[in-house]
Design a protein around this ligand. Sequence first.
Ligand SMILES: Nc1ncnc2c1ncn2[C@@H]1O[C@H](COP(=O)(O)OP(=O)(O)O)[C@@H](O)[C@H]1O
Ligand SMILES: [Mg+2]
Length: 351
Amino acid sequence: MPRVITITSGKGGVGKTSISLNLALELASANQRVCLFDADLGLANINILTGIQPENDLESVIDGSLELSEIVIKNYQGIDIIPGSSGVERMADLTQEEAKRLIRSFLGLGEYDYFIFDTSAGISSQVLSFCMASHEILLVITPEPTSLTDAYSLLKVLSRKGYNRTVNVVVNQVTQSSSAKKAYGQLRETVNRFLSIKLSPLGIVARDKHVPMAVIAQTPFLKLFPDSPGSRCIQLLGRKLLAREKNMEPISLEQFWHRCLGFLSKGRPAAGAKRKHHEVTRPKTTEAVAGQKPDITVMLQRIETKISMLMDEMKQIRKIVAHQENQTEDTPAPPGEVELDFEAWFSKNRG
Ligand SMILES: Nc1ncnc2c1ncn2[C@@H]1O[C@H](COP(=O)(O)OP(=O)(O)O)[C@@H](O)[C@H]1O
Ligand SMILES: [Mg+2]
């Protein structure tokens, strides 16, 4: 049974694709069989980072014109890559027959130890479904305030959907350990206070000039600059991921896909339920549904409670933003001085 990990962030440009690809390669170099699912619809996706231009993508598999084994990029530096592309959008709109066929072809692909999803920015139903269905989420943030607020928005939606497992956090583009620690601390504080989700720090990735240099060379930085700070961080992340208790529910890959496509189909409007633009849906209170007259005082109390909770949450988010904006611009640390292991940093600096 593979360990299914979704790499996500809320905000674009924080380093999901860079981390997904290089982490996948690192796990492969530790003798793990890895399949990387490119579900990023953005521009700087895995094609750009690897220089691979796939002729076909998942859409051809959904159409039934090709088998999954015909579109998968086999053994790119030791990993297999599924080009999702436009097929990822189609996944939200499959007929039962298409869903069955797709699941069958995923299962027929081969045995893997790791299945890694690189997702798009934002909170689309696809991103949420991959997050909800996978064993683990790896949330990428940077010390920037907008990355933290977007990450929080994503976690909030997941929490509302009932997600209550631990989310692993990686802080990317780190120039100083202190800013990584602060960013993580602020996010954890807000999440602990308002959501049912728990966060766990997995590590950091230093801001490293070799990362964009490798993009230009269309070769993963782990392979091109194995001794660079960025690569050393990825190696540490890989080791931690392998060492960390798997913490996964005993669900098979088949159950995963059923769950994932189930979440996706739940998110789409029911057949025949298309609304005209001018139609407005009014939320019905339970009282209204039961045909009883709603109690205005109770309703007002509920609204008041909700508003005060939201105000509290806004205050907390404002604190994060103000705190980050007040920080002086980090001066990049020389590569050797970048603290690579921020869990170790935590224990060293505790108390
Ligand atoms: N640790 C890093 N150091 C320097 N540049 C980075 C780092 N991580 C990502 N980048 C750069 O940031 C940009 C966005 O990264 P990418 O992985 O495409 O983000 P995402 O997938 O979240 O949109 C790329 O140009 C990439 O080279
Ligand atoms: Mg990306």
